[in-house]
Design a protein around this ligand. Structure first.
Ligand SMILES: CC(C)(COP(=O)(O)OP(=O)(O)OC[C@H]1O[C@@H](n2cnc3c(N)ncnc32)[C@H](O)[C@@H]1OP(=O)(O)O)[C@@H](O)C(=O)NCCC(=O)NCCS
Length: 154
């Protein structure tokens, strides 16, 4: 299957929103509002089929000096296990490195996937900027968060 990896355009946001809603329904990712996604259009990479259908997305979000996050990584089920997730995550890793970010983290259920990309499990306490900016607004905060924090030194 031929796919194209590119930076998201505003016209992609409704499709990204629909993709992330699917993941949220399955409890794999937190849902994000359209307003939030439009504000963060420049964070996103998208993967499309030749006919333009969106099959995956991933965002790189700068959190602090020397700290960024990979978030909203999703590949639609029928397109998985062909390297698409790795392609999207690696695009974010490369950009973070190019920006001079030294530490990249993610909160995830997919620990094996991220371990293969060089991420290692870490304590959420080493990510205070994430906790106080985002996690405090999450319905699972503080006692019911079941995601694993993983960190990669770039
Ligand atoms: C995690 C996720 C993005 C991975 O997407 P993907 O496109 O399947 O990723 P890849 O194909 O790069 O790698 C997935 C697996 O397929 C394997 N794989 C890659 N190319 C392959 C190929 N050509 N043939 C067979 N297997 C292959 C990889 O080794 C990897 O193995 P693993 O399952 O043991 O980790 C996807 O499962 C997903 O969207 N999950 C739900 C949302 C989620 O949990 N996101 C992460 C939160 S941050």
């Amino acid at each position: 299957m031929e796919t194209v990896l590119c930076s998201a355009r505003v016209a992609d946001i409704k499709d990204i929103h629909a993709l992330l809603l699917k993941a949220a329904d399955k409890g794999r990712l937190l849902p994000r509002s359209l307003a939030d996604l439009y504000r963060h259009t420049r964070d996103f990479y998208v993967l499309k089929e030749q006919d333009g259908r969106l099959i995956g997305c991933c965002a790189l979000s700068v959190v602090w000096e020397d700290l960024a996050e990979i978030r909203s990584l999703y590949v639609c089920e029928e397109a998985r296990r062909h390297g698409s997730g790795s392609l999207l995550a690696k695009a974010c890793m490369k950009e973070a490195q190019a920006m001079g970010v030294g530490r990249l983290f993610t909160l995830t259920y997919e620990t094996g996937f991220f371990a293969r990309l060089g991420f290692r499990e870490t304590d959420k306490d080493v990510l205070p900027q994430k906790i106080w900016a985002d996690c405090v607004h999450c319905p699972k905060f503080p006692n019911n968060c079941d995601e694993t924090a993983m960190l990669c030194l770039l």
